[in-house]
Design a protein around this ligand. Structure first.
Ligand code: FAD
Length: 492
C-alpha cells in the first residue's frame, strides 16, 4: 500500500471542507503540505446535463435516495468536488442570534459568527433577485402572503449571472452558483492545496488515514491512481457532513470515547405542497426560490419557502396513485409549489450509528411537536395557494387528493392524518452528530471544532451543530469552518 504525507488533511470538500481549505491557503503558500480528500467526482462542465435521474446518480449520495432506518424520510446529500454546495439552491440566510444563544456553546458568540457570515456573503456575491427576474411561481407566493397580510421576505441567494435554468438542485449547467466548487476550492488549489477526488477516507487514527481511490463513470479521473493509500498527516480536519464525519469517527472507534457521538441529529424535515392554477404559470424558468415567510417561525416552528422540483421528485411527493396522480403531473405547467421546513428539536434518540456490517444507519422519528408543525404548515400553505388564486390544492394528509377553493382546509386536513410514513418527507439540511459543547460528557468538539482531548483532530461541517439552525444552514457551516481554519492558522 502506498504511503503519502501531508501536514494537514481535510476530509470532504463541501461547505465546510472547501471553506477550511480556502482559509488555509496562506499556510499552503508558506509551504505547508495540505490535501483535501473528496469521495465524490469532479464533473466536467459538459456533464451538468440537467437530466434529473442522471444528475441525481452523478451528484448525490445513493442517487439522492438514502433513507432513514424506518424508510420514512429521504436524505439528500451531495457527493462531489464541492459537496452539497454543487446541488444546493443557494439560499443564504444568517443564523438568528437567539439560536446561537440557545446552543450555549462555551466560547461561541453570535457576533463572531455574524461577522464571518457577512464577509463570506460578500465573497459569495449574495444578493436578492431584481423584481423583473422573479417567476410566476414566486409571484404567486408573494401575492398570497400579501393578501393574507403575512411577512414576506426576499431570499438572499449566492448566485452570479444566473440564467434562470431553474435546476439548481441538479447542479447548475451554467456554473452560476457560487458554491465551494466555484469559489473556495479553486482559490485553495491556486495556493497549492491538492484536491484529490474519488478518494474515500475509510478510517482515521492519530497521524494516519486509510483511503480508497476508485474512479466512477462520471467526472475527471482522480489525480491519484486507483487503489488503497495510507496517508500520514499531523492534523486531520473532518468535513464529510453530519453523516459522513460522524460515521467515519464511529468506524474509527471514537464511539467508545465520546458518548455524544452520533446523537441529537436534526433534519429540518421538509414537505413539498402543490396547487393547480387555471392557466399556465412560469414555474420552471427562473431561479426557483425568491421568497419565504417567517410568519410562523416563532409560534409554529416552521418556515414556508417557494420551491419548484422536477418531474420525478414532484411525482414522488404527491400522495396517491392512478388517474388523479397522472392528472396532477400533467398539470405541472400550471403548478405552484411551496416547501415547508420544520424546526425539529435535537433528541438523542435521533442519531447516526453503524449496523453489524459497519454500514451507516440514520435513526430518526418525527416528534409529535414536528408533526403538529407539519400539520400547521399544510394549513397555512393551503391558505397561501388559495389567496394566490389556485383552483385546487394537493395536501398529503388531506381527506381527498384535491382540496377545492371554498372547502375548509381545517376540515379537510385532520391532524390525525399527519403520520410518519403517510407523508413524503425529505431532508437536505442534516445537522449534528459531532456537536460542539463543553467537554466529553456532552459533546465531541469545542467551539473551534477541536475534538476534545485530541489536538490533532478537528471537525468543520454541519455535524458541529448542537441543534438545528432554524434557517437554511450552509452559511453557518461556512462561518464555523472559517473559525476552524483561523484556529489552525493561529495555533489555537
Ligand atoms: C438539494 C440540496 C439543496 C440545498 N439547498 C440549500 C440552500 O439553498 N441553502 C442552504 O443554506 N443550505 C442548503 N442545503 C444544505 C447545505 O448544502 C448543507 O447544509 C451544507 O453543504 C453542509 O456542508 P458540509 O460541509 O457539512 O457537507 P457537504 O457540503 O455535504 O460536503 C461533504 C462532502 O464530504 C464528502 N465526504 C463525506 N464522507 C467522506 C469520506 N469518508 N471521505 C471523503 N469524502 C467524504 C462528501 O462526498 C461531500 O462531498 C442544501 C442541500 C441539498 C442536498
Amino acid at each position: 500500500m502506498e504511503t503519502r504525507s501531508y501536514d494537514i488533511v481535510i476530509v470532504g470538500s463541501g461547505a465546510g471542507g472547501g471553506t477550511v481549505a480556502a482559509g488555509l491557503s496562506g499556510l499552503a503558500e508558506q509551504g505547508a503540505r495540505i490535501a483535501v480528500l473528496e469521495a465524490g467526482p469532479r464533473l466536467r462542465q459538459e456533464e451538468f446535463t440537467g437530466h434529473e435521474l442522471e444528475m441525481a446518480r452523478r451528484l448525490y449520495v445513493d442517487s439522492g435516495g438514502m433513507l432513514t432506518e424506518d424508510r420514512s424520510i429521504t436524505l439528500a446529500m451531495g457527493r462531489a468536488y464541492g459537496g452539497s454546495t454543487v446541488v444546493y439552491t443557494g439560499v443564504t440566510l444568517e443564523i438568528p442570534e437567539k439560536i446561537v444563544e440557545e446552543w450555549g456553546v462555551p466560547g461561541l458568540d453570535f457576533q463572531d459568527l455574524n461577522r464571518r457570515s457577512r464577509r463570506l456573503s460578500a465573497e459569495l456575491g449574495v444578493h436578492c433577485l431584481d423584481d423583473d427576474l422573479i417567476n410566476e411561481n414566486n409571484r404567486a407566493f408573494a401575492r398570497g402572503c400579501r393578501k393574507l397580510g403575512w411577512n414576506l421576505n426576499k431570499i438572499p441567494l449566492n448566485i452570479r449571472d444566473c440564467r434562470g435554468a431553474g435546476i439548481c438542485n441538479l447542479g447548475c449547467p451554467h456554473g452560476a452558483k457560487t458554491g465551494t466548487h466555484r469559489l473556495q476550492l479553486p482559490r485553495a488549489e491556486k495556493a497549492g492545496i491538492e484536491v484529490i477526488t474519488n478518494c474515500r477516507v475509510e478510517t482515521i487514527s492519530q497521524g494516519r488515514l486509510q483511503t480508497l481511490v476508485t474512479n466512477s463513470s462520471s467526472g475527471l479521473p482522480s489525480s491519484w491512481p486507483e487503489g488503497r493509500y495510507r496517508i500520514e498527516a499531523s492534523k486531520i480536519v473532518l468535513a464529510g457532513n453530519a453523516i459522513g464525519s460522524t460515521s467515519l469517527l464511529l468506524r474509527s472507534g471514537f464511539g467508545r470515547i465520546f458518548p455524544a457521538l452520533g446523537l441529537g441529529l436534526t433534519l429540518h424535515p421538509a414537505l413539498i405542497l402543490a396547487a393547480e392554477h387555471a392557466s399556465e404559470i412560469s414555474n420552471t424558468i427562473g431561479h426557483p426560490k425568491s421568497y419565504y415567510t417567517d410568519q410562523f417561525q416563532k409560534d409554529g416552528r416552521f418556515l414556508l419557502e417557494v420551491c419548484m422540483y422536477y418531474p420525478f421528485t414532484t411525482a414522488k411527493n404527491l400522495i396517491g396513485f392512478g388517474p388523479e396522480h397522472a392528472e396532477a403531473m400533467r398539470a405541472m405547467p400550471r403548478m405552484q409549489q411551496i416547501l415547508a421546513l420544520v424546526m425539529d428539536d435535537a433528541e438523542d434518540h435521533n442519531r447516526v450509528l453503524l449496523n453489524r456490517r459497519d454500514e451507516t444507519v440514520v435513526k430518526y422519528s418525527l416528534s409529535q411537536k414536528s408533526l403538529t408543525s407539519l400539520h400547521q404548515a399544510m394549513l397555512r400553505a393551503t391558505e397561501i395557494f388559495f389567496a394566490a388564486g389556485a383552483r385546487r390544492v394537493h395536501v398529503p394528509a388531506s381527506r381527498k387528493f384535491w382540496i377545492r377553493a371554498g372547502e375548509s382546509p381545517e376540515a379537510m386536513i385532520p391532524r390525525s392524518g399527519v403520520l410518519p410514513g403517510r407523508l413524503s418527507i425529505s431532508s437536505a439540511h442534516l445537522m449534528g452528530g459531532c456537536r460542539m459543547g463543553r467537554d466529553v460528557s456532552d459533546s465531541v468538539t469545542d467551539s473551534w471544532g477541536r475534538v476534545h482531548g485530541h489536538p490533532w483532530l478537528l471537525v468543520a461541517d454541519s455535524s458541529l451543530f448542537p441543534r438545528c439552525s432554524e434557517v437554511n444552514p450552509h452559511l453557518t457551516v461556512m462561518a464555523l469552518a472559517d473559525r476552524v481554519a483561523e484556529g489552525i492558522r493561529t495555533g489555537k
